[in-house]
Design a protein around this ligand. Structure first.
Ligand SMILES: Cc1ncc(COP(=O)(O)O)c(C=O)c1O
Length: 352
């Protein structure tokens, strides 16, 4: 009998939190607008939990482990407008757990919408206990502080589970996207579809590396382009590479993905994490106005800008009609946190 190359995935306990498989759809209007390859979309913005997004696939593994350990409280740290935090609070609520979240001041924004609307409003609505971490980009310091909060909860008799996101952790969440690769493989096979390229946002890199690992294990050789949303390509590259090693250890199989599989584009990152740029703004409008697809200034708007660029680049290569697949990782709630910038830009009064 044919052996499943990803069979060891099932060793890990999971909790079902997502609506999956997520839809795989054609975007003919956006394809016409881009004037390049045929654009397809996998709707991981529609994963269901508290407005959806890619993080729920990772949370299925983290919460699975938390439950197996008898935890009663989830802890996570992230940017003020983190989608991960919003979805972790929702996952905790769904599983009858408490949730402590730490909001890091990574984006210097004077706008009250950034602090109060979008994801933060939803965190509050779901009753998260919110801690503030005032330092900007300080991954290690933020992690240490989160563990201090966990220690104080333990001292109060609670059983906390820290969702460890730093590169030193075992990167359990990446398994969510190995699993998603298998889901996509089945969808493509079922519809007799072939993609020439996949475009996806790359932040921690778990989505990007998990997908690549899973697709290569299943025999797909297509290019996967990661659009940098958090740090430049030079810094992102070793993160994605090291994730292959982590996933390989978790699944106890040799990595089918190599350094040569890592394609990164950081042209849409400027002026930095969580900050809009003109190409992203144009891409957000193009997706919204041609297809009613909502993307955000921090993540999916930037990867959408990268997608439009890659769709045009792909048709320059010889051969039959090309297909490019956009993994929509979600993030739309933060649109409301960027209301002044978006309104200003739409009215033509902004420098974006
Ligand atoms: C909407 C959205 N897209 C993409 C990403 C990046 O995903 P990853 O951290 O797996 O690279 C994130 C998280 O940071 C996100 O919230």
């Amino acid at each position: 009998m044919h052996q499943d190359p990803l069979g060891t995935l099932s060793r890990y306990p999971t909790v079902t939190l997502s609506h999956s498989p997520t839809p795989l759809e054609a975007l003919p209007n956006l394809s016409r607008h881009a004037g390049g390859a045929n654009i397809w979309i996998k709707r991981d913005d529609c994963t269901g939990l508290a407005l959806g997004g890619n993080k729920v696939r990772k949370l299925e593994y983290y919460v699975g482990e938390a439950r197996a350990q008898g935890a009663d409280t989830l802890l996570i740290t992230g940017a003020v407008q983190s989608n991960y935090i919003r979805m972790t609070v929702a996952a905790a609520r769904r599983c009858g757990m408490d949730c402590h979240v730490q909001l890091e001041e990574r984006v210097a924004s004077p706008d009250p919408n950034y602090r109060n609307s979008g994801n933060v409003l939803l965190d509050r609505l779901m009753g998260a206990t919110i801690h503030s971490y005032p330092v900007g980009e300080d991954e290690a310091g933020a992690d240490r502080n989160l563990h201090r909060i966990a220690d104080s909860l333990r001292a109060q008799g609670k059983s906390p589970y820290v969702i460890a996101l730093g590169p030193g952790g075992k990167q359990l969440g990446a398994l969510g996207y190995v699993h998603a690769a298998r889901e996509l493989h089945r969808q493509l096979a079922g519809r007799d579809l072939t993609m020439d390229e996949i475009v996806v946002a790359t932040g921690s890199g778990q989505t990007h590396a998990g997908l690549l690992f899973g697709l290569r294990a299943l025999g797909h050789t297509l290019r996967v382009t990661g659009i940098c949303v958090r740090r430049n390509a030079k810094l992102q590259y070793p993160r994605v590479r090291d994730l292959f090693g982590k996933i390989s250890s978790l699944l106890e199989i040799a990595s089918p993905a190599t350094e040569a599989d890592i394609h990164l584009d950081d042209d849409f990152l400027a002026p930095g994490y969580g900050k809009l740029n003109p190409a992203t703004l144009r891409a957000i409008q193009a997706a919204a106005q041609s297809e009613g697809i909502l993307t955000d200034p921090v993540y999916s708007g930037k990867s959408m800008a990268g997608l439009l660029h890659r769709a045009q680049a792909l048709v320059q290569t010889p051969g039959p009609e090309k297909n490019v697949l956009f993994i929509h990782t979600g993030g739309a709630p933060s649109i409301f946190a960027y209301e002044p910038e978006l309104t200003g830009a739409l009215e033509g009064s902004s420098a974006v």
